[in-house]
Design a protein around this ligand. Structure first.
Ligand SMILES: O=C(O)C(=O)Cc1ccccc1
Length: 302
């Protein structure tokens, strides 16, 4: 299996890939859309990209690119605890750091630390944390430091001047494996389903109606965020992760309800949860309950 990933070498995405999915060479891409397009165009069978982290929330570049007219399918998720270092060219001291380069999510997750310890510095958002390290390693770089993984600092010949600079030491990033649409992975009993829902906007209560589709089938949501549809100002869709698998009756019925009540639903996949945590299935929502209810209707019809 050839993987594309959000690179270059040394990104957190690369670490997540090597740690859990493959030890074979993989194809780095400088942006999330490029990694996803590599799968669409058949350069790679799968891509690994960040989708969410516990501090900053959703990764817009991923959420926005996954829905739309060139669909891809999520088949797996990977969780990675992230730790940041301030990486400099050897010999640079903290009081010499004026310009810092990093990925926007890394900047957001170290903001308290940089405000406190580098009040004189500008933190500039760039491509990825590893691309930032690579840039800082150039002797004539206009940047003095990168915020990246210690792996990236070592890889590009930088010195980790300060380690453990995350504002929240327990931060975790979630990555997804994305493939061209195909068979949905089997039900494991501890799965997640991701959809993007475009509601009818011409009536009050459409968001409530969306939520009711899940609530009335006992399906718990683990992420919901609105994203602009990029058509006109004020037009939004909802990107949703829900607990369960499209192969389970409660989820299938919730998705059918969404399909009936909304303008459009993009199914982005059902896949095993990385934490293997099974959902709490309330009374009346188990597979057996749906089967028994269906049999009852069939028997009434005679
Ligand atoms: O830039 C990287 O290294 C990435 O893989 C994206 C990212 C950035 C910050 C935290 C987790 C992932």
């Amino acid at each position: 299996m050839t993987y594309a990933y959000f690179g270059p070498e040394g990104t957190f995405t690369h670490q997540a890939l090597l740690g859990t999915l493959t030890d074979q060479p993989a194809l780095p891409f400088a942006s999330v859309p490029q990694a996803l397009n590599a799968v669409r165009e058949g350069l790679a069978e799968a891509a690994l990209v960040p989708i969410e982290n516990s501090v900053e929330g959703g990764v817009s570049a991923t959420l926005d690119n996954l829905s739309g007219d060139r669909p891809l399918q999520i088949t797996q998720e990977v969780l990675l605890p992230v730790a940041f270092v301030l990486a400099v060219r050897p010999g640079t001291e903290l009081n010499q750091v004026r310009r810092v380069l990093t990925h926007p999510h890394a900047a957001a997750q170290t903001r308290d630390w940089t405000d406190r310890h580098l009040p004189q510095a500008d933190v500039v958002a760039g491509g990825s944390t590893a691309a930032a390290a690579k840039e800082v390693a150039r002797p004539d770089s206009e940047f003095d430091a990168a915020i990246c993984a210690d792996v990236a600092a070592n890889l590009y010949g930088l010195e980790a001047l300060v380690s453990g600079i995350a504002d929240n030491p327990d931060a975790v990033t979630r990555f997804v494996v994305v493939r061209r649409p195909g068979p949905v992975p089997a039900v494991t009993g501890a799965d997640k389903t991701t959809v993007v829902v475009y509601m009818h906007t011409d009536r009050p209560g459409s968001l409530l109606e969306l939520l009711e589709q899940f609530a009335s089938r006992g399906v718990n949501l683990c992420r919901i965020e609105s994203r602009p549809t990029k058509t006109v100002l004020g037009s939004y869709c909802f990107s949703i992760d829900a607990e369960g698998h499209i192969g389970e009756a409660r989820m299938a019925e919730a998705l059918m309800g969404l399909k009936r009540s909304s303008q459009r639903v993009d199914f982005l996949g059902s896949y095993p949860r990385a934490d293997q945590q099974p959902p709490q299935v309330g009374r009346g929502f188990a597979e057996e309950d749906f089967r028994a209810a269906k049999e009852w209707i069939t028997s009434l019809l005679g």
